[in-house]
Each structure stands twice: as C-alpha cells, then as structure tokens.
Ligand binder design. Sequence first.
Ligand code: RAT
Ligand code: ZN
Length: 402
Amino acid sequence: MKKVEVQTIVNNTLNKIKILDIHTHLFPPQHEKYYLSGLVETLNYHYLIAELFVSTNINIEKFKSLDKLQKAEVVWNELFDKRTPISEACKGVLTILKSLSIPIKDKNFSQINKLYCGLKLTDKEIFKKSNIDSIVMTNNPFNEDEWSIFSSKAWDKKRYRSSLRLDSLMLEFNKSISIAQNFSNETSNKSIQIIDYLELCFQKSQPIYAAISLDTEKFREMLKSDLWKEILKWLLRKNLPLSLMLGVKRGVNKSFDEAGDGIGNIDLKDLSKLCNNYPENKFLVTCLSLNDQHELTVLGRKHQNLKIFGFWWFMNQPSIIEPILKMRIDLLGLSLIPQHSDARITDQLIYKWSHFKKILSSVMIENYEHLIKKNYPLSKEIINRDLNNLLSDNAKNFLRIK
Ligand code: RAT
Ligand code: ZN
C-alpha cells in the first residue's frame, strides 16, 4: 500500500465510523430542563466563561446576573469580536458555525444567532452530522430532579446510554444517605442502605458503568472506606466497571462557579494498589494533569483491569493530545479508548469529534507509514478494524455492551 492510499483510506474510514462517546453531560430533548443545544448555550459553556473572566476586567457578579442570551452576547463580543478567538474552546465555536454554513463576516451576535436558531437543529441531526451512534450521559442518582429522566419512557435509550455518577457519595454524604434511606428496608447499616438504593437505580437506569471524579485526598478516603469496599463488591456483582476521573480540585476559584474548578494532586500508586486489590473489578481511568499521563500509561501496561480513556477537560487541547496520544500508542498499542467528548451542549459534538479525528488521523497515518516501511502488509481491512476499535469497539468490549 502506498502513502497516499493510506491517507485516503484513514480519512475515509474515520468519516464513516459510528462513534460511541463514553462520557458526556448530554441528555435527550425529552428531558427538557437538561437538554442543551444552540448558539446561546454553546457560548455559555463554562470553558468559555473562564476564558472571558480572565481575558477581561468584567465584573463577575454583574455578569452572573445577566440572562443566558445576554451572557452569550457578552462572550461573543469580548472573545470573538474584540479579541481573536484562537483558544481551543473558541475555535470549537467557529468549527460549529462553519460546519453549519453560518457566515460570521460583518455580522453581529444577534444576526448570527438568528441564522443559527433558524436552522432548528435537532439532536438527531447533530448526531448524524458528527457520526455519533450513541453517547453516555452522566446520571447522578442523588440529584432527584435530574434523575427524574428515568421516570419517563419517551426517549431513545439506544442513543442515550446511562452511567451512575457517584461523586455525591464522597462530596455530600449526608444528602446522599438521606435519599438512599427512603428506598431501603434496612434501618441502621448505612452501607446496606446505599447499596439497596444503588441496586434500585441500576434496575431503573441500566447504566453501563459507574463513575466518580476525585483528588488524592478524596481518593484515599474512598479507598479506606467500608462503604466503598461494599460498592466495589456490588459493582463486581453487577459487572459494572468504575470510571475514575482523577486529579480534579473543585472550586479553586469559587467566584467563577462551574468555571472555577482546577487541577488537584493525584498519586497514581493508589490506583495501582486498587487494581491489584480488586483484580476482578474493571477500571476506566483518565487523569486531568499533564504530569500524570506517562505514569498512567505505564500503569495501563501493568493492569489488565485498567483501561485508559480520553483527554479530559484541561487535557483536551490539540497541542497536548497529539504527543500524549502518540506516547499512549507507543506504550499500549491500540488498546485504549482514545477520546470522549465531555460535551455539555449537544452541538459541541460537532467540534469535539472533528477536532479529535483530525489529530487521530495524522497520528495513525504516521504510524501506518512506519509499518509500510517495515514491509508490514497493511490493508484497508486492518485500518478499518483498528479505527473501529479505537472509536467504538474497545469501549464496547471493555464495557461488555453491544
Ligand atoms: O469538562 C467538564 O465539563 C467538567 O466540568 C467536568 O464536568 C468533568 O468533565 C466531570 O465530568 O467532572
Ligand atoms: Zn465530564
């Protein structure tokens, strides 16, 4: 196979593969209060809000008192008009606009927004445009309003898969236990009460994994707690992997609200111990800090029950993804789940995946060219298999889903 052929096959294949996006914050349109779509929501993304706060001298409290439309206009004017929209989060918005053929030259925010609203984009159209087969929601069983989605039957469960997000058990235990107690016959043992509730939530939502995000302190607390020993046993009984999103420090600047979380420490030796102590449990792991990536990848070679996934949040920058993706492939081959979108607004699927596929394409083409030079009999079938594994089947196999 020749070099040019490789490029064409990789790019054509990447455009065809139906993606499984294993971590998002999206909900179906039927869950009205939580379904986010459109330019106004896209400009209210907390990645852009953080950028707005640090690029301007805007009065934060005044900004917070605006409604979403007014906030979107401020973000557009400050980051896209008065300044050059060169950051990854800004470029993402431009990618969406371009892919929807919405012109921005000589247009103000209201005009652009009018064109955008005129499209009346549906979630189905966005999934189709981004070649997404299904996404995994983040479902918090300790947020009753958000969890009410499982009381309604009218949404597409094939496209919107569920996961059990358990941060509340570590961050707001009292609230969590008071919810769980309402659903358990156990009167005194809190671990049993929680497990009873999780079992109920499992039956109701059919999650494909459970998840939690932590810093070192909380991770150690979790590993020592009797409750979590029981939860790990329960996860094993249910065949549910636990997704660990490690190294976040919440509320580094509380005045920024959702945009104020930052990076915390994580000691990956703790993760290795966890994998050894619970060899039958499965762990999906991603880390927030660049500093931890090499060690995490090495651990991915040491534990069969550990699967590395995605470029999470502050890691999701092209300048970081390319070298780290290469390093991961150098150490692990293709045995990883290279990306998730973390999309909060449905429209973001368009840019999050097209930006990533561009990098994946160049990394894979470079690797395939090395193989051709070594007389490896590369074929279209092999390329197809590899890319399918990366964007869908590795996750499906690890999660044991179809
Ligand atoms: O990337 C994000 O949007 C963060 O705010 C977090 O939601 C993070 O992805 C998480 O799931 O904790
Ligand atoms: Zn997330």
